[in-house]
Design a protein around this ligand. Structure first.
Ligand code: DGJ
Length: 707
């Protein structure tokens, strides 16, 4: 709800209140929901601003920086007007959140340059997340250049630690918390994508609670965190200003991507607000609330080395276990026998598919499985028919040797011709295979940013606009298809992509031990419904570690379950174990995929960790409790479950696992189960079976409200 009284504008979400003063662009209050309705005028005069600029005595990092037509950088945006909009405006060319809500539009004008700055704050009835965006409009007759336009500025009074989710390929989103003291810290990506290295989801944690921020964008981003001597902490989030210089011609507007923010008393609160928001206001279409199928993907099972028989062998074994979808990964097209060639040649390799994509897809469907397909639409190999025919489709700087990553170049998506080409060929792949699922991969970062006619300072963003045009056109054409994003694992897992692709491959690291942290870190800002999580072979292909099949399953239940190994090599006994796993998963799929998600223990600190999902009515829950290591004669292992109804009584059982045959069963009150001291001695019960070394200990609990 938004209320305006004079210059005071108040935005209420179910549990938070934000109060701003329009004419002075000040934040007066943001935090826990207030009952009081008076006294805000008294707070005016704070140093906490909704935007900032160069040219005053504020030397903190500015949210707006323009290079004016006269060559100067100073601006003096002053208040013009504000109005409440009943419909949330779309952001041209960019993804954004959607749903019923109210938006306040605030306009500020820099009189000498006749440039207007617009700020938008949207609140949805059912969400504690506030969507914020900004735009610049050049009403003058002269061209100017935008050097920075943050999507969101939040100034807070007090000291905060800055929490980021960092890593690299196969080690994405590791939680890092820092106290900046006084000074500037930033979290960014210059790779052209939101990146494996630094996710745009960040948090500021202080004595008053946790503020969380994210950006609805998949390209270069920057989150600046500046703690000033004055006691003010500024958070900016938006497009990275690295190599950014956008020309704003007379009459043109520039729209910054949407940012989102929320407040909660603690990290769990922030995660549940973000999860609900992503599920309700970011993810769209038929799959928004639909249970996701259990899939098998052939990548780690075969890599490029497969033929029709091999694929059908895997599919037949998968079908016996209850798998619902077969995903044919990289290698089915052109002359793609390894990763040096054929990207761009999206026609069937008849030999490897035994007669073409449709032929193989039909055979899979005859087995009762849906068919899914892998594509990497934004890339090109120099050894490809596409490159031979259209070398100018590739992103490269004329006269320079291009940088190759995984031996591939990127397509110049800033070019409309290339965009149209990609839409056409990928539409054809999906249509001719009848795919029910598409894995959209992206396996390198930008280097040779160049497009004919594109000013270099605009290239990164123009590419993103091209990418969004393509992905929105293709996903609109196939509303029933489930799209899973991928970027060498989780290198482009962000809210921008989730507006089109309903889930994302969390990481190329499928090792259960590593996955515990990767999935846990991801869960701070993103719900489990969007995280692809697969059971893979042992020894694990990334780390060489081994974990029991049951442990790998338990960990993969923290996301959307799949199997990624050659299932035709399973023994009868293993097929039996997997069949039981999948039957269990299907029984609890709704609560596992769409229940409220809680982190247990501390994945980045202690020895005991895990996760738990609880049905909306709190009658059913599933928890996975994990110990990283067996500490001989170590401290008592205990856990506190979360999210249960404290007043209810639950029947608690453990899932029968092949390596934990004894099923635990007891009845306990919700308040007792959540007191933090439930013993987990049983976790070590299989220490006698040493078939796997260096393994995790993981056990799954089911909670049912007693009648
Ligand atoms: C990277 C992905 O993350 C893998 O799952 C697989 O699809 C390969 N690309 C295929 O090239």
């Amino acid at each position: 709800m938004i209320r305006k009284k004079g210059q005071i504008i108040r935005l209420d979400t179910p549990h938070t209140t934000l109060v701003v003063k329009a004419d002075s662009a000040e934040y007066l209050y943001y935090g826990k929901k207030l009952a009081s309705t008076v006294g805000f005028e008294y707070l005016a005069g704070t140093p906490c601003k909704m935007f900032s600029q160069y040219g005053f005595d504020d030397y903190t990092e500015p949210s707006v920086l323009l290079e004016n037509a006269d060559g100067g950088f100073s601006t003096a945006f002053t208040y013009s007007r504000s109005k409440i909009l009943t419909e949330k405006p779309e952001i041209p060319g960019l993804p954004s959140s959607y749903g019923e809500g109210k938006t306040i539009e605030l306009k500020y004008v820099d009189t000498p340059t006749r440039v207007a700055l617009y700020l938008y704050y949207t609140v949805f009835e059912d969400s504690d997340v506030i969507a914020v965006s900004s735009k610049l409009v050049n009403a003058s007759k002269k061209e100017l250049h935008i050097r920075r336009l943050a999507s969101l500025q939040l100034d807070l009074l007090g000291d905060y630690s800055f929490v980021t989710f960092e890593g690299t390929w196969a080690r994405e989103r590791q939680k890092i918390s820092r106290t900046v003291g006084k000074g500037v810290f930033y979290n960014d990506s210059k790779k052209g994508s939101s990146s494996h290295n630094r996710n745009p989801f960040v948090m500021a944690e202080g004595k008053d609670g946790v503020y969380a921020f994210n950006l609805v964008y998949s390209g270069n981003h920057k989150e600046i965190f500046e703690a000033c001597e004055s006691g003010r902490t500024r958070v900016l989030t938006g497009i990275n200003d690295f190599m950014f210089r956008w020309t704003l011609a007379p009459g043109e507007e520039f729209d910054a991507p949407e940012a989102v923010m929320c407040y909660a008393p603690d990290e769990d609160g922030v995660s549940s607000e973000m999860h609900a928001f992503v599920g309700e206001h970011i993810v769209r279409g038929k799959w928004k609330k639909k249970e996701r199928p259990v899939l098998v993907n052939n990548w780690e099972g075969t890599y490029f080395d497969f033929n029709e028989e091999k694929i059908l062998d895997i599919a037949r074994a998968a079908q016996r276990t209850g798998v619902e979808l077969f995903v044919l990964d990289d290698g089915w097209f052109g002359n793609r026998c390894d990763d040096h060639r054929a990207l761009g040649d999206w026609y069937d390799n008849v030999e490897k598919t035994g007669g073409g994509l449709k032929h193989l897809a039909d055979k899979i469907r005859e087995l009762g499985l849906d068919f899914g397909i892998w594509v990497e639409p934004e890339m090109i190999n120099e050894d490809s028919d596409l490159f031979r025919a259209h070398p100018n489709f590739a992103m490269r700087i004329p006269g320079r040797e291009p940088t190759r990553m995984r031996d591939q170049l990127m397509l110049n998506l800033a070019d409309e011709k290339v965009q149209n080409y990609v839409v056409r060929v990928i539409t054809d792949v999906i249509a001719r295979s009848g795919a029910a699922y598409v894995k959209w991969d992206y396996n390198r970062s930008f280097t040779d940013c160049y497009g004919k006619g594109v000013v270099q300072g605009e290239y990164f963003h123009r590419y993103m606009l091209g990418y969004y045009r393509i992905v929105s056109r293709i996903t609109k054409k196939f509303p029933s298809v489930l799209f899973e994003g991928c970027a060498g694992g989780g290198g482009r897992l962000d809210l921008g992509n989730l507006c089109y692709l309903q889930q994302f491959w969390t990481s190329d690291d499928t090792d259960a031990r590593q996955r515990v942290k990767i999935q846990d870190g991801t869960s701070y800002g993103y719900p489990q419904t969007i995280m692809g999580a697969h059971v893979s072979a042992c020894p694990n292909h990334q780390t060489g570690d081994s974990n029991p099949l049951e442990t790998r399953f338990n960990v993969a239940c923290g996301g959307v379950l799949g199997y990624e190994l050659d299932m035709s090599k399973f023994s009868e006994e293993e097929l039996e174990i997997v069949s039981k796993q999948i039957a269990f998963y299907k029984e609890y799929r709704k609560v596992l995929q769409f229940g409220d998600y809680y982190r247990l223990g501390d994945a980045f600190g202690g020895n005991v960790t895990g996760f738990m999902t609880v049905s909306k009515d709190k009658n059913t829950a599933v928890a996975v409790v994990i110990a990283y290591e067996y500490i001989i004669a170590g401290p008592e292992l205990t856990i506190g479950f979360k999210g249960l109804n404290p007043a209810a009584v639950y029947e608690v059982t453990t899932r029968e696992q092949d390596n934990y045959k004894d099923v635990l069963s007891f009845t306990a009150g919700g308040d007792l189960l959540m007191n933090g001291k439930i013993p987990m001695r049983d976790l070590y019960a299989d220490t006698q079976s040493w078939e796997n070394s260096r393994r995790l200990y993981a056990r799954m609990f089911v909670f049912k409200k007693a009648k």
